[in-house]
Each structure stands twice: as structure tokens, then as C-alpha cells.
Write a protein that binds this ligand. Structure first.
Ligand SMILES: Nc1nc2c(c(=O)[nH]1)N[C@H]1C(S)=C(S)[C@@H](COP(=O)(O)O)O[C@H]1N2
Ligand SMILES: [Mo]
Length: 202
């Protein structure tokens, strides 16, 4: 075996359980950074997390209030539309169920996650309730690093990772669905990796 092919094989970890890898994906051991713009730096004493739009009452937490909320630590597989997957990533954060507790969502059926830097992504509310989504601020037990979305990012591991908005600052609830940043530029509106919903029309 040549050095080149040995090196190539060495970069791609073995998939012990193929049923965990969605179609068209490969496993990576690293943690690539994918950002559409520069990494915003926000000061924690200016940081808030808001729930607004069709939310009654609207909610807003400071960093200290937010990090005092009950957390979950979850171990999940993540899948990027550019075809890398990473298994067993460990995140700590607040579930959307906790954040929406006590909020009357009225006629809202959709949300837009909004972020420092202007990125947005859209999701049906039913896709983030029932233990399926978190606002995570630790990775592997340590504060989430800014390139990966620190201080806090959305985590929606059952959909392609562009739905997991980095530097998230809140959720806006809507009656109608509004495509977010990548959804406007040709990515699939829903983004289920198991159905290979990569681009609009898939
Ligand atoms: N705010 C913001 N969130 C974002 C992005 C971005 O450009 N800006 N990129 C998305 C995409 S396409 C992916 S694959 C993941 C990448 O997360 P990572 O850099 O931690 O791997 O973040 C998603 N969240
Ligand atoms: Mo991505």
C-alpha cells in the first residue's frame, strides 16, 4: 500500500455501524468550521436570548439568567450538507421545550432563529419540541468556542447542520414559514439528512 493511500484511509475513521450514517455522508474525526462570514464576538454582558414574534409573553434572558436555566447534556451525531458527519458529539444547553415552557405560542407554527452576524434559519415548531433541539453553550464540557458558535448556538441534530445556527440570539415565532439564509440560497427548506434533502427540489 502506498503512503498516499495509507494517509487517505487514516483520515477517514471506520464506520462501525453503517446504519448511523445517512446516505451520501462520510465520517470525519475532526470538527470542520463552516461559516458564511466572519466570527462575531459578542460580550457576555450585552448578550441576551429572546423569544419574540407570536410569543405571549415575549421572553428575554441575560447570559447569567440563561445559564442558570436547567440544562441537558446530550450525545448526538451531526450531519453537514457538505457531506461530513461526526458521531457522538457532546453538548450541554437548554432545550427548546424549557425555553418555550409557559409561553403562549398562539397561532405560531414556525420559527426563525436569528443570530449575531445576521444569519437566520427557519424551522417548524414541531421539529424543535419534544427533546429534539437545544440552545447549546458547552461542547465536550467546555465553553463553546466562537468559531463553532460560542457563546451559544442552536443544536438541531436530526436535521442538516446548517439548521444549527451559530451565535444564536433568539427565536422569532411566525404563523407562516419564512425561508432563512441558506434556505433562500437554494438549500432545502426542511433538510432531513435521512431523506437527503440537501437542495430545494431534492
Ligand atoms: N450564524 C451562523 N450559523 C451557522 C452557519 C453560519 O454561516 N452562520 N453555518 C451553518 C452551516 S452551513 C453549518 S454546516 C454549521 C457548521 O457548524 P460548525 O462550524 O460548528 O461545524 O453551522 C451552521 N450555522
Ligand atoms: Mo453546512
Amino acid at each position: 500500500m502506498s503512503i498516499i493511500s495509507r494517509g487517505f484511509v487514516g483520515r477517514r475513521p471506520q464506520v462501525d455501524d453503517p446504519s448511523r450514517l445517512p446516505p451520501g455522508q462520510y465520517l470525519t474525526a475532526g470538527f470542520p468550521v463552516l461559516s458564511a462570514g466572519p466570527t462575531p464576538r459578542s460580550r457576555l454582558d450585552d448578550w441576551t436570548f429572546q423569544i419574540r414574534g407570536l410569543a405571549d409573553p415575549a421572553r428575554s434572558w441575560t447570559w447569567d439568567q440563561f445559564t442558570a436555566l436547567p440544562t441537558d447534556t446530550v450525545t448526538v451525531d451531526i450531519h453537514c450538507v457538505t457531506k461530513w458527519s461526526k458521531f457522538d458529539t457532546v453538548w450541554t444547553g437548554v432545550s427548546l421545550d424549557s425555553l418555550l415552557e409557559g409561553v403562549n405560542i398562539g397561532g405560531a407554527r414556525f420559527l426563525t432563529a436569528f443570530c449575531d452576524g445576521g444569519y437566520t434559519t427557519n424551522l417548524p415548531l414541531q421539529e424543535v419540541m419534544g427533546g429534539k433541539a437545544w440552545v447549546a453553550y458547552q461542547f465536550d464540557g467546555k465553553p463553546l468556542e466562537p468559531p463553532h458558535g460560542g457563546p451559544a448556538r442552536f443544536l438541531v441534530p436530526h436535521l442538516y447542520f446548517w439548521k444549527s445556527a451559530k451565535w444564536v440570539r433568539g427565536l422569532e415565532l411566525h404563523a407562516e414559514d419564512k425561508p432563512g439564509f441558506w434556505e433562500t440560497y437554494g438549500y432545502h427548506n426542511h433538510g432531513d439528512p435521512w431523506r437527503e434533502q440537501r437542495y430545494s427540489g431534492d
